[in-house]
Design a protein around this ligand. Structure first.
Ligand code: PLP
Length: 229
């Protein structure tokens, strides 16, 4: 992928984000593009930054650490599963953690917070009940939100899900709708603050449907950087 290709592809993704937002009578600036750079090097990441992307996602601490150390001014999001023994490194490297999937992990993150600023976290929900996926069941989510809301150093800003893989994104629309309903129910019940507003959902194959269903953060890799080797 040449630099020009990356910039062109980002512009195209942004056009698709804007068109999906318009279909849902939403503002395009209510959707944040998180460029997922797992498998890609500093060169590609710099090209995306030059093209205007400010939010970057990585799925593993090991791979992310050297990239974040080299490019600390970018905003880094952890989108992959986090093991509890890596909680300390996670809070020092990332500004947002999308994949909090247990109360014990949240408690570990809270205990590792030393910085003045709280860290933004989202709870990962396993909407489809897929055994191979991480995430808490929808029915346990309100209680988890309440628990995490009381932990110092963590600011719980919303929910995240990964939809099952499919050739036809319409088939996963109900997954996204369910996550939005869950967020709305939790907001209405008053157990979370006003900052509990985000829905991190939608990837290369399904981000337009996710935006139509209310996504505020889309996590996109292949549509920007091409197929991972
Ligand atoms: C890899 C990954 C993405 C990006 O997936 P693409 O299909 O390349 O857009 C998004 N979210 C998570 C959690 C990922 O692991």
């Amino acid at each position: 992928m040449t630099p020009l290709d990356i910039a062109t592809r980002i512009a195209h993704v942004q056009d698709r984000i804007a068109a999906a937002a318009t279909r849902a009578t939403r503002q395009a600036d209510g959707v944040t593009l998180v460029a997922v750079t797992k498998g890609w090097s500093l060169d590609e990441i710099r090209e995306a930054w030059t093209a205007g992307v400010t939010e970057f996602g990585e799925s593993r601490i090991q791979e992310a650490e050297p990239k974040i150390t080299a490019l600390p001014r970018l905003h880094w999001h952890l989108v992959g599963h986090l093991q509890r023994n890596k909680a300390r490194r996670a809070v020092s490297l990332f500004s947002v953690i999308h994949s909090v999937d247990s109360e014990r992990l949240a408690a570990d993150l809270s205990a590792r917070m030393t910085a003045q600023r709280p860290i933004d976290v989202l709870l990962q929900v396993n909407i489809a009940g897929d055994q191979r996926k991480f995430g808490i069941p929808p029915r346990s989510t309100p209680a988890m939100v309440r628990a995490v809301n009381g932990m110092s150093g963590l600011r719980i800003i919303g929910l995240m899900t990964i939809a099952p893989q499919t050739d036809n994104p319409e088939t996963v629309r109900p997954v996204f709708r369910r996550l939005r309903d869950l967020r709305d129910e939790i907001r209405a019940s008053g157990i979370a603050g006003d900052e509990f507003e985000h829905l991190s959902m939608g990837m290369t194959d399904d981000f337009e449907v996710a935006i139509e269903e209310g996504a505020t953060m889309v996590r996109i890799g292949r549509a920007i950087f091409g197929e991972r080797m």
